[in-house]
Design a protein around this ligand. Structure first.
Ligand code: ADP
Ligand code: ZN
Length: 215
């Protein structure tokens, strides 16, 4: 799944993962886990992430290669979130999957104005990772509806880092849309609406490609 920061990729990928019983593979989540663990690798990644810069391809390509090689992904397939986000990563992904290939690429479309509003108010559950914003507030301020955990702001949801990430998206990631359209894989889905509405649109497109609930 591709789309601007704040388009709702994380939210929707979690739901797709549950509904279709396939692993959700998020490079952002994997990198944040490494940062949390405080490993040298995590410290290196953090120095890029906090500024809104991409982690170098050499680093991220190794992480994704290892993850795609795990039994669950090999057996069931996967929904990829946050990878690829450069042309070089897309070429690397094709090479990793060969002789198989991606079945489809969903472009979750939301305007810059709306993602700015969502990101600047985004809060994330420190326990289960559920995502909230002004458009989707928790029932009690600061507390996760799902698990009661404390809601926190991501280190890279500062104004400077948000603007930098959106700039990198336009420059490095948006060109992937043309690349995947040429491969005949691209489906664009309107990301404006409630999470349930957007999931219904995604499910419709998946059904057109022969994917049904429960795998
Ligand atoms: P966002 O899409 O809002 O930036 P993510 O959680 O997907 O949020 O990613 C957070 C950060 O992790 C990125 O800003 C970047 O530093 C790093 N990152 C994630 N995926 C990649 C990737 N494929 N290539 C390089 N860096 C990545
Ligand atoms: Zn929670």
């Amino acid at each position: 799944m591709v789309g601007r920061q704040g388009a709702g990729k994380g939210t929707q990928c979690v739901r797709v993962s549950h509904r279709y019983a396939i692993p959700h593979i998020s490079t952002g989540d994997m990198l944040r886990a490494a940062v949390g663990a405080g490993s040298p690798f995590g410290q290196l990644a953090k120095s890029f992430m906090d500024r809104g810069e991409l982690v170098p391809d050499t680093v991220i390509n190794g992480v994704i290669a290892e993850r795609l090689d795990q039994p669950d992904a090999r057996l069931r397939g996967f929904v990829l979130d946050g990878f690829p986000r450069t042309k070089d990563q897309a070429v690397e992904l094709n090479a990793l999957l060969a002789p198989a290939s991606l079945h489809m690429v969903i472009n979750l479309e939301v305007s810059v104005a709306l993602v700015l509003r969502r990101l600047s108010s985004r809060r994330v559950c420190s326990v289960c990772g559920s995502i909230y914003s002004d458009d989707l507030p928790p029932k009690t301020a600061g507390i996760c509806d799902n698990c009661g955990g404390e809601l926190v702001q991501r280190e890279d949801d500062t104004e400077a880092a948000i603007l930098r990430r959106l700039e990198i998206y336009e420059k490095a990631t948006a060109p992937l849309l043309g690349f995947y359209a040429e491969m005949g894989l691209l489906e664009t889905v309107d990301g404006v609406g409630t999470p349930d509405e957007v999931l219904a649109r995604i499910s419709e497109v998946l059904a057109e490609h022969g994917f049904y609930e429960g795998g």
